[in-house]
Design a binder for this molecule. Structure first.
Ligand code: ADP
Ligand code: MG
Length: 493
């Protein structure tokens, strides 16, 4: 958990001089590479190579060098912080499991970005913190640490309000975030509940609130976590008979920021504890900020008591960004890397990459990688190559039609019957199953899913999902079908 406290040297923009297309010259050889770290990392690379495409391996892993291994912490050197972000975003599971396999125990990874900076922009050399994977396990954070100024907020300092680009799509969410950041617990926006599809800036915005408060009021205990970690910490606390400490920890927080709340679904015990923590903090006028991929009403398998509390404050969504906002985001991100993005290049990327800002960033990362590694000019041709790489790499988004087709073939129910009003058991089951899978495998709202089944409404979809969830517990046959369908659909993906 102390990972986020590690500071790393970061060159804001990697040297572009003297680059052969193999980028390794870019890196200063670590002064004294630790032989254990090197050997083990090389073993990891073999496993990783086996599990990624050659191109991905060459681009993202080959340049990574191990420097140290100490106390279950492996420090590796990467050419720029784009690398660490890219690896974190796309390969964190692979890397984590590889480390575990090679080292035989849980090993944390830390990035160090050191670039040979003979470039004239020496003054842009800056130091900033880059957390590697967040192995944040707050249950282990003792109360003593809570009183300590070094209280681990769980926040990533890279997300702030200044670098959050505001456009029509996120203006309301941004204003609410600013109001809360300036006056935590003192507005009606408690809780502030931000919801949006994936990749549209929820995590960025809610962490920015936390970072702002942490900076302006260092004594305020700000704590960021997500529902998944919250759950696993809760479970750990139960296993170690430390539930009361777990609860105490949360009750002493001034600003609780909890991400991806949808992951509390079906975890009743955890929800129960969260409910009490929520009430306690809310009563004391402590600020609560929540992010979710669905609006409170659309959240599934979450206790009504909690849903109603989520609606107490302000619910605000973030929409897909328009072209101008996408361009502004690209240019700002590039500028942060000391890079000027020509307008036409920004426009090309913005119009050719889907609306998720995460994917937009992915394209920019590719662009910078090719620019840096192959020493090519940033122009439309390069932008085309970068976009092509990203779209090839992005898994195909499943559509509701893919799902209907697969379910129809497997359960042998024609699609038109699935969409019909028939209540016959097998037909209803195929319909409910399709809806449930669509809910899980697509970004569609319950409303859109319902619309794809002859205009059913969102509560029908919700009901279907609950029905299937019940079957999964009580009916082995349905469970087996579901597992088969899930595997097939994901495999096609
Ligand atoms: P979500 O949590 O909604 O899935 P994130 O907050 O992780 O999305 O955003 C994905 C990426 O896009 C992050 O790197 C984030 O910094 C960036 N991003 C999203 N919205 C904006 C914005 N308005 N301005 C700048 N960067 C943004
Ligand atoms: Mg997020």
């Amino acid at each position: 958990m102390n990972l986020t406290e590690k500071t790393e040297t970061l060159d804001l923009f990697p040297n572009t001089k003297d680059l052969s297309d193999e980028n390794l010259v870019l890196l200063k050889k670590p002064a004294n590479p630790d032989p254990v770290a090197e050997t083990k990392w090389n073993e990891c690379l073999i496993v990783i190579k086996d599990n990624t495409s050659e191109q991905a391996y060459n681009t993202w892993f080959k340049p990574v060098q191990a420097i140290r291994y100490q106390d279950n912490l492996l420090t590796v050197q990467v050419p720029s912080h784009f690398f660490s972000e890219w690896i974190d975003a796309h390969y964190s599971d692979l890397v984590k499991s590889t480390l575990k396999r090679v080292f035989g125990e849980v090993v944390r990874l830390q990035y160090e970005v050191v670039v040979d900076s003979t470039l004239e922009i020496e003054e842009t050399k800056a130091t900033m913190k880059i957390p590697a994977f967040k192995f944040q396990n707050q249950a282990h954070q003792t109360n003593k640490q809570v009183e300590n100024a070094d209280f681990n907020t769980g926040l990533n300092p890279k997300y702030n309000l200044e670098n959050f680009v505001v456009g029509d799509s996120n203006q309301l969410a941004n204003s609410a975030a600013m109001a809360v950041a300036k006056n935590p617990g003192g507005t009606n926006f408690n809780p502030l509940f931000v919801f949006a599809n994936s990749g549209l800036g929820k995590t960025h915005l809610i962490q920015a609130i936390g970072n702002y408060i942490h900076q302006e009021k260092p004594r305020t205990k700000v704590f960021y976590t997500n529902a998944e970690l919250f759950t696993s910490d809760y479970v750990t606390s139960v296993q170690h008979n430390k539930t009361s400490e777990f609860i105490k920890f949360f009750r002493e927080i001034d600003v609780l920021i909890i991400d991806d709340i949808q992951f509390l679904a079906s975890r009743e015990k955890t929800q129960d504890h969260f409910f009490h923590i929520f009430n306690d903090l809310h009563q004391k006028n402590k600020q609560i900020v929540i992010a979710s991929d669905k609006s409170p009403k659309e959240l599934m398998s979450i206790d009504e008591r909690l849903i109603s509390r989520f609606q107490w404050g302000l619910n605000v969504d973030i929409q897909k960004p328009d072209l101008e906002t996408k361009m502004a985001i690209l240019m700002k991100k590039a500028a942060n890397e000391g890079l000027e993005l020509p307008l036409d290049v920004a426009e090309y990327i913005a119009s050719n990459v889907s609306s998720s800002i995460r994917e937009l960033e992915g394209a920019l990362i590719k662009l910078v990688a090719i620019h840096t590694l192959q020493n090519r000019n940033i122009d439309i041709t390069l932008a085309k190559d970068a976009v092509a790489l990203v779209s090839r790499q992005e898994p195909k988004q499943l559509t509701i039609d893919d799902i209907k087709l697969t379910v129809s073939e497997y359960l042998k129910i024609p699609i038109d019957q699935m969409e019909s009003q028939s209540r016959k058991h097998e037909i209803a089951l195929s319909r409910q199953m399709s809806m449930y899978l669509a809910k899980q495998l697509t970004q569609l709202s319950l409303k859109s899913i319902g619309a794809a089944f002859s205009g059913r409404d969102h509560s029908t979809v919700l009901h279907s999902c609950t029905t299937i969830e019940n079957y999964l517990v009580t009916d082995k046959k349905v469970k087996a079908s579901y597992e088969y369908l899930l595997k097939t659909l994901k495999g096609n993906n």
